[in-house]
Write a protein that binds this ligand. Structure first.
Ligand code: SF4
Length: 237
């Protein structure tokens, strides 16, 4: 079938304004949107820029706006859309465009680094690995599914209003370590998030949860951080 793709194009090194370019692609209903972008780039226009790597919903590099909604291009098939085979493809909002569909994710990963995304323990290293008990692992398991695609942060209206807000992905990663019983930096992690740029910045809009391609209950995990902060306050009184 013939599909029409209207794609956002912008090269800040030569263009003064973004524009939209139309391409016609011969596609199967089972083709991924990423397959269609590849057909355009490989067969029609090698100047079109976009990111992808694994093409199987694991690397998180091909998050885009497809017909107005944030999706992974490798997780959506042509037949998933009821738009008469017409597609409008745009870059993730919030971030600045490097070229076409490629955005600058440095600020996103910078905030991820701010929450110290690694296990901190003041206990002596064991002879083998630090074993986790199954119950505790199950508690924060949803957060382990995050592939850092930035869809949630891009969708979050708070992030658009407050550039210092850590955002849902960084908060989710913080939750993962706060909830991990092997981590001993819980107090300083909670203190870092006890403000409007941290957990209290979240107003439970649920947009992050709605767009997450891994089905992670992001808003609930951030709410859990707020509960942890309140419990810590009670303990200190
Ligand atoms: S929480 Fe979901 S949307 Fe956010 S970065 Fe992780 S996988 Fe992507």
């Amino acid at each position: 079938m013939k599909c029409t793709f209207i794609i956002y194009r912008f090269d800040p090194t030569v263009d003064t304004e973004p524009r939209y370019q139309e391409y016609i692609v011969e596609a199967e209903p089972t083709d991924k949107i990423l397959d269609c972008l590849n057909k355009i780039r490989w067969e029609q226009d090698s100047t079109l820029s976009y990111r992808y790597s694994c093409a199987h919903g694991i690397c998180g590099s091909d998050a885009l706006v497809i017909n107005g909604r944030i999706e992974l291009a490798c997780q959506k098939l042509v037949r998933d859309f009821k738009t008469a085979n017409n597609f409008v493809i745009e870059p993730l909002p919030l971030f600045s465009v490097i070229k076409d569909l490629v955005v600058d994710l440095d600020p996103f990963f910078g905030k991820h680094r701010e929450v110290r995304p690694y296990l901190i323990s003041d206990e002596d290293p064991p002879e083998h690995e630090r074993l986790q008990d199954a119950q505790n692992q199950a508690f924060f398991e949803p957060a382990l599914r995050c592939i850092l695609c930035a869809s949630c942060t891009s969708a979050c209206p708070i992030n658009r209003a407050n550039e210092n807000y850590l955002g849902p992905a960084a908060l989710l990663r913080a939750f993962r370590y706060i909830a991990d019983s092997r981590d001993t930096a819980t107090g300083s992690r909670l203190a870092q998030l006890d403000n409007e740029n941290g957990a209290w910045g979240c107003k439970s809009m649920w947009w992050c949860t709605d767009v997450c391609p891994k089905g992670i209950p992001v808003t609930k995990c951030i709410a859990q951080i707020k509960r942890f902060i309140k419990e810590e306050e009670k303990r200190e009184k």
